[in-house]
Design a protein. Structure first.
Ligand code: DGL
Length: 282
């Protein structure tokens, strides 16, 4: 069984791609709606909330947990993988994040390769990264992309309110204004030059991809994070097939720390045939 975690509903964009790609695996999803959004919280709090959710998914039987959340990945993944997990009582369990596959796709460079290769050394594209405040201040996309492509210009823009507004089903006009503001923030930094590529570095943002599409130039390619994460997980599971063991192939359980009825109703707006959420605690 594979666990997928997000602060709220955003990770469903990733989960949906995984369920489509791996119909014979079993997934359990946890949305920490009691604490969403994470993006404006202090780092230590994000680490602790993420740890509790990962542990809740381990307790449900997931041996591998994918953080379907850029904020949790940017702030907590490394600390949990290197500091917490080796001393926690969860042998044979693991945690994966979603920044690595995104950086791999954006730079066309495997994660393990941390120096610029030819032709990456000479790539001078502008790449726009949209994310939560915490993801942007972590600098992880900037740092990891520039390690591999030092001439690429990485322009980041935090959108403090967008993930929360998507969770709260804010009216389209409000979402549109927030996306427009974020795109304008990028263009101010580039003096109007259009980015070659855009990373929607928050798993909530694909839910308003049409608005990003509206405000970005037609020439800007939006990288599909759910797609690249599915590709990367496929590769990982080929190397670690024991994580594909499951008692209930095709099974899908959705958990929330919030109000299960309310969250189920909201989730259906994004994914019409999604199963109902069950309440849980972390
Ligand atoms: N969906 C999450 C992300 O990818 C977090 C949104 C939030 O909780 O602020 O960053």
């Amino acid at each position: 069984m594979i666990g997928v975690f997000d602060s709220g509903l955003g990770g469903l964009t990733v989960l949906r791609a995984l369920v489509a790609r791996f119909p014979h695996l079993e997934f359990v999803y946890l949305g920490d709606h009691a604490h969403v959004p994470y993006g404006n919280r202090p780092s230590d709090e994000v680490v602790e909330l993420t740890r509790r959710s990962v542990e809740a998914l381990y307790k449900r039987g997931a041996k591998l947990v994918l953080l379907g959340c850029n904020t949790a990945t940017a702030v907590a993944a490394r600390r949990l993988q290197r500091v917490w997990l080796p001393h926690a009582n969860w042998p044979g369990h693991n945690i994966l994040g979603i920044v690595a596959p995104t950086v791999e796709a954006a730079t066309q460079t495997p994660w393990a390769v941390t120096t610029p290769q030819y032709p990456q050394k000479y790539m001078t594209d502008i790449i726009a990264v949209f994310g939560t405040t915490r993801t942007v201040t972590s600098g992880v996309f900037h740092e990891e992309i520039r390690k591999r492509c030092p001439r690429m210009r990485v322009v980041q823009q935090a959108s403090a309110g967008l993930a929360g507004a998507i969770e709260d089903e804010a009216p389209e006009a409000e979402l549109d204004a927030l996306v427009r503001e974020a795109v304008d923030g990028i263009l101010t930094q580039t003096d109007g030059e259009q980015p070659y590529r855009a990373i929607l570095g928050c798993t909530h943002f694909p839910l308003v991809e049409h608005l990003f599409r509206r405000h970005l130039a037609p020439s800007t390619r939006i990288l599909s994070q759910p797609e690249v994460v599915a590709n990367s997980l496929e590769d990982y599971l080929e190397r670690k097939p024991h994580y594909t063991d499951c008692a209930n192939p095709g099974g899908l359980t959705l958990l929330t720390t919030g109000d299960a009825d309310e969250i189920s109703a909201r989730a259906r707006v994004f994914w019409p045939d999604v199963p109902a959420f069950e309440p849980t605690k972390t």
